[in-house]
Design a protein around this ligand. Structure first.
Ligand code: HEM
Length: 277
């Protein structure tokens, strides 16, 4: 029966660790021309999951890991990122727009696909479902996260010193804490299995052995990223309780640090501390 019934995801008929569904063709078919007009969109969707979104996810988790070193270290990291040239352009071009495309097309794929895990209860189908479920969890989480942390409340680009306290305040709500933990697991799972899928589809891991090895590498990377994310949450909630509201209070406009003294002995120093230039 299993061999003749329709299959929901023939191109995902293999799990990372080589458990195959009976009756399904071995391996993951590469994305090919001839699969219709969606070919280009599928390619773009697949690539966008790695660059720029996956690369950004790694950067974001590594940056947030600075919370382990305390509110000031985290503030310096936020300040550094916001001081990058053309940072607002970078934000839209390499994060918001690609993410909106990947998520939008991902939702389309998710609700067009048939979830037949009840009919074919093998590992590969669970992985197929997991990629869609974790994608939807990530989407719901990212929408509220971006709205609440990036656009509402104290503006971190102008007040990086308030970053730690802002997240701490958010995570003081136990429901929000649970949402962050679930989202961290779901997002890193989605990314890790996504790398495995990408490698199989783009011909990076053509053989079964290569896919098995890649499975272990992705599991290791996903676990490491997830652990780093959970450690950051721990640091914000428990390691540094009652963080100051802002560890980098703004300098009054027009005041700059004094230049090093260069005046010759016996002459007047041209720049005095606190002087407005
Ligand atoms: C943190 C943000 C995200 C990252 C880093 C990410 C990364 C990836 C990667 C690397 C892949 C594998 C690409 C491939 O199949 O070749 C993928 C696949 C997928 N993503 Fe995402 N993704 C993210 C967010 C989302 C969101 C919000 C959705 C919305 C539902 C989503 C839905 C999907 C779906 C459905 C697939 C499977 C595509 C397929 O089977 O062909 N992803 N993602």
């Amino acid at each position: 029966m299993a061999a003749t019934a329709p299959m929901a995801a023939p191109d995902l008929a293999q799990s990372p660790f080589g458990q195959e569904s009976k009756g399904k063709r071995r391996g993951v078919q590469p994305l090919r021309a001839g699969q219709g007009h969606s070919f280009l969109w599928r390619k773009l969707h697949s690539l966008s999951g790695i660059v720029p979104i996956g690369a950004f996810l790694i950067e974001h988790i590594v940056s947030n890991f600075e919370t382990w070193n305390g509110p000031l270290a985290y503030a310096q990291q936020v300040k550094f990122l916001n001081a990058l040239p053309l940072v607002r352009v970078l934000e839209w071009a390499f994060i918001f727009i690609p993410l909106a495309f990947h998520a939008g097309y991902g939702v389309f794929i998710t609700f067009r696909g048939r979830a037949n895990v009840n009919v074919y209860p093998w590992a590969s189908n669970w992985m197929y479902i997991s990629q869609r479920v974790t994608g939807v969890i990530a989407l719901a989480y990212i929408i509220q996260h971006v709205i609440r942390q990036r656009f509402l409340g104290v503006q971190l680009p102008e007040h990086p010193g308030a970053a730690f306290a802002k997240v701490q305040h958010e995570l003081s709500n136990p429901w929000m804490l649970a949402i962050y933990v679930i989202a961290m697991v779901a997002t890193t799972w989605h990314f890790a299995y996504g790398i495995w899928l990408f490698s199989a589809k783009w011909g990076i891991t053509p053989g079964e052995r290569a896919r098995k090895r890649m499975g272990y590498a992705c599991a290791a990377l996903g676990s490491a990223l997830c652990l780093m994310g959970l450690i950051s949450i721990y640091a914000v909630v428990w390691k540094y309780p009652n963080a100051p509201a802002d560890v980098m209070p703004a300098q009054p406009a027009g005041i700059v640090q004094p230049a090093p003294t260069t005046a010759a002995p016996g002459t007047t120093n041209p720049t005095q501390p606190g002087e407005v230039r």
